[in-house]
Design a protein around this ligand. Structure first.
Ligand code: IMP
Length: 478
């Protein structure tokens, strides 16, 4: 029984971020969701921060639940490649209920998805600073998945295990906590009240129990009987644990192909891949970012923290004089101004995001590596800011030089990637707002030229651009 044997079977499309995350994937999923039956996640967990908005302007920040929430007839599936923070997903479900989004019959969580255990979060807080993780325990959880067991003690605990025998597996979760505390020399104060932690987890588990899907062929059966599935990637290509800027990455596979492992479906259902990018790039956490405004200075500035909190948050930067920064000769200053004007601060962490020029070498790499068929570019409205810079032009990275040689790929190691010198070209900029425009032909000529240039240089059809943060501020391109 394969896809080809059935005339009426469905298909799957994969939507992924092509840069370093935060490209606005959720708003595109929200827009496309009406044409699908199931929206499914295949990687990551509460490290993702997806914000979507209703037509009435209600903003909802999602971390673990797929973005199709506003369509009551759509099923939401969280695949085995995801890692589940029980407490946080319970809160998400409750918050959605408060705005009349009832998930009781729509949300399915794979029984094969691993649980984020309390010790994962403690270890991440202890060890994740150099990478700049979101402190959600993601890395330690995936690491335990790979470790599987420590002697007789099970490290990778899945939703299905808790479903089979909650008493047994909650006891192991407590043992894991104690063992990790010993290993990392954590005090009782640092751990907190372990009984209380487990009780809270148990209470959360009782609430989500009904969502656990024990049928490991659930999605395949849906597809077999005609369902159209949209896989929603979390994090992005450059954060992939193998293909990204390792080690400054997340701990799951974020590439399109991973949808057919962590999403619990055969690749024979694949129809197309949709890639999302942003006209001015951003990155959070440490690691190479070839087109960053201000390079290393910006990386260090954005990552400065005081008592675990970002030093230069939005509330600090809002008082900076944007006009003066934009006129500066320093790329660093232009980057700060762009961050303020395009509101590039972490949804979950509130960290200032590092910002950079749209990098077409990196984007082409992501498109080729993932077989992207359709490209969407968000935040194109912000490009008008460049009219206020000294050059008054839109910069684009069109080439990389590594040790004096031209290269057309993303280096596979961190030292080389930090050494890359981007080659920048400039396009004409445009004045005024474009957020009200709905038709490609009505866009300023310079913005149309920008779209056509990116399309040509990346060899991928651009099917839409974001021209503002609101749900309908989007221009479809046929
Ligand atoms: P972790 O996924 O929390 O382990 O963090 C690893 C790296 O990925 C850090 O640099 C994070 O800032 C980054 N990261 C994780 N999730 C996201 C996301 O949803 N958007 C952007 N960056 C992310």
């Amino acid at each position: 029984m394969g896809r080809k044997n059935s005339k009426n079977c469905g298909y799957a499309d994969v939507l992924i971020g092509l840069q370093y995350g935060d490209e606005g994937k959720a708003r595109v999923v929200d827009m496309l969701a009406k044409d699908y039956d199931v929206i499914a996640r295949f990687n990551g967990g509460a490290n993702a921060g997806h914000t979507i908005e209703t037509n009435e302007g209600v903003k909802v920040a999602l971390q673990q639940i797929p973005s199709g929430i506003f369509y009551p007839d759509k099923l939401l599936y969280v695949g085995s490649g995801c890692v589940i923070n029980i407490e946080k997903i319970t809160l998400e479900i409750d918050r959605l209920k408060q705005i009349n989004v009832d998930l009781s019959k729509r949300l399915r969580l794979s029984c094969q998805a691993s649980i984020i255990q309390p010790h994962h979060i403690l270890i991440d807080v202890q060890t994740g600073k150099t990478i700049g993780t979101t402190r959600n325990g993601i890395g330690p959880c995936y690491a335990d998945k790979a470790y599987r067991m420590d002697g007789d003690r099970l490290l990778n605990i899945k939703l299905g295990d808790l479903n089979d025998d909650p008493k047994k597996y909650f006891a192991i979760i407590k043992e894991n906590l104690m063992a990790a505390a010993k290993m990392y020399g954590l005090s009782m104060k640092e751990i907190g009240d372990s009984d209380d932690l487990i009780k809270k987890l148990e209470a959360g588990f009782r609430k989500i129990k009904k969502h656990i899907e024990s049928d490991t062929l659930y999605l395949e059966k849906k597809a077999q009987s005609g369902a159209r599935i949209l896989f929603e990637g979390a994090q992005s290509i450059m954060l992939d644990i193998t293909k990204g800027s390792v080690p400054y990455v997340t701990s799951s596979n974020t590439v399109a192909a991973a949808a057919y492992v962590g999403g619990d479906l055969s690749p024979s259902y694949h129809r197309k891949t949709i890639g999302i990018a942003k006209a001015i790039m951003s990155r959070v956490g440490h690691g190479p970012f070839a087109s960053e405004f201000g390079g290393k200075r910006s990386e260090d500035y954005c990552m400065t923290a005081v008592n675990g909190k970002p030093k230069y948050s939005q509330t600090v930067e809002i008082d900076y004089g944007v006009e003066k920064l934009l006129k500066s000769k320093e790329d660093f200053d232009i980057g700060v101004a762009l961050r303020i004007l395009s509101r590039e601060y972490g949804t979950v962490t509130t960290r200032p995001r590092r910002v950079g020029i749209l990098d077409l070498v990196q984007l082409s790499y992501a498109i080729r590596m993932n077989g992207v068929n359709e490209l969407v570019i968000n935040k194109c409205d912000v490009l008008n800011v460049f009219t206020s810079t000294k050059k008054a032009k839109i910069p684009l990275v069109v080439g990389y030089k590594l040790d004096g040689k031209n290269i057309d790929y993303v280096p596979g190691s961190v030292i080389s990637y930090y050494k890359v010198k981007p080659v920048v070209e400039y396009l004409n900029s445009f004045r005024g707002t474009v957020s009200h425009i709905k038709d490609f032909k009505a866009l300023p000529g310079a913005l149309r030229e920008f779209v056509l240039t990116v399309e040509r240089k990346c060899g991928c059809k651009i099917t839409g651009i974001g021209v503002g943060p609101e749900r309908d501020q989007f221009v479809k391109i046929n």
